[in-house]
Ligand binder design. Structure first.
Ligand code: SF4
Ligand code: SF4
Length: 309
């Protein structure tokens, strides 16, 4: 593999690597999840992805009450009166409690890894990428929030001849986007709401940056698929979906839009992190409404699927 100019020792915070995915880009893929995101979507199914720094997750149902964590902690950060068990303000992330927890009740979310380590992991499935037309997908969090690491990782993937996809919120700078796009074969761009006030209120940032970046991606000629998380009572109305589909169609390079139905699979992780689940009382969208929205998207001139590719 030619690695000229590639910084194999560049480090990033990775919270998961999932092999054999068939949902986030073409063929069989390995997904690399980077930690850190500038948005705070209340429906996020990977809350451990939001903060850039490492965190400890406590899975209460695994705990056998041996108190080894309490005895080993040098910082007095273990607190049995706390549902999340660890006091983050005292924890130095030394990892000693995790080492002694044989019941796997304590786990780390996020590990600093080098580009070389991640590439070694990705190489294991080289043959599957080639046979299936698959490759690597960088996800998060927001993968572009660790722009330097993402750039080196994508460059390493290209040096190996792998197809690269980024799954992005579109919330990044023009400079970062333009630097990384030449290393990307496909962009999966999330568009959450067309109304800027609602976007700001629920996600914490304006959608203007996302729309500007959507135009930059379209202008680069890199193929793009728009993905819309369908969240009942937030963005699942006909006006918003029509407006999203028309915007996507107007970009010129977008031929396809995916509707990603809200689910509650990540809810337990909020407990592990000692956080409150923000979307209590919201149920997943009905099949009927999803089919209605799909027909609406198709009437705007785009292919549409419910779920990823
Ligand atoms: S070491 Fe693990 S199993 Fe033992 S009390 Fe602590 S969290 Fe529970
Ligand atoms: S990571 Fe270290 S400081 Fe934090 S709770 Fe565990 S033992 Fe204590």
């Amino acid at each position: 593999m030619p690695t000229y100019g590639l910084d194999l020792q560049a480090k990033g915070m990775v919270f998961d690597i999932q092999r054999f995915s068939v949902h986030d880009g073409p063929g069989i893929r390995t997904l690399v999840f980077l930690k850190g995101c500038p948005l705070r979507c209340p429906w996020c199914s990977n809350p451990e992805s939001q903060r850039r720094e490492q965190e400890i997750m406590f899975i209460a149902r695994n705990c056998i009450g041996c108190k080894k964590c309490l005895n080993v902690c040098p910082s007095g950060a273990v607190d049995f009166d706390l549902p999340s068990r660890i006091r983050p303000e005292k924890c130095t992330l030394c990892g000693k409690c995790i080492e002694v927890c044989y019941a796997a009740a304590l786990n780390t979310a996020g590990q600093e890894k080098t580009v070389e380590t991640v590439l070694d992991e990705l190489k294991k499935d080289n043959v599957y990428y080639r046979r299936s037309g698959g490759g690597i997908t960088l996800s998060g969090g927001e993968p572009l929030a660790q722009a330097g690491f993402a750039e080196q990782l994508l460059a390493g993937c290209k040096a190996n001849g792998w197809h690269t996809t980024i799954e992005t919120t579109g919330f990044t700078t023009e400079k970062v986007l333009k630097r990384l796009l030449p290393l990307v074969n496909l962009v999966l761009l999330d568009i959450k709401h067309m109304d800027d006030q609602k976007h700001k209120k629920y996600v914490g940032r304006s959608n203007k940056t996302v729309h500007r970046n959507a135009r930059i991606i379209a202008g680069s000629g890199v193929p793009m698929i728009v993905r819309v998380p369908i969240i009942p009572r937030f963005n699942d109305d006909l006006i918003n979906i029509r407006s999203t589909a028309n915007f996507a169609h107007s970009l010129g390079t977008v031929k396809e839009l995916h509707l990603l139905p809200y689910h509650r699979l990540g809810q337990g992780k909020y407990d592990y992190l000692g956080r409150k689940y923000p979307l209590e009382g919201i149920t997943p969208p009905s099949r009927g409404n999803l089919e209605r929205l799909k027909m609406l998207v198709e009437s705007c001139g785009l292919r549409c699927s419910i779920g990823g590719v």
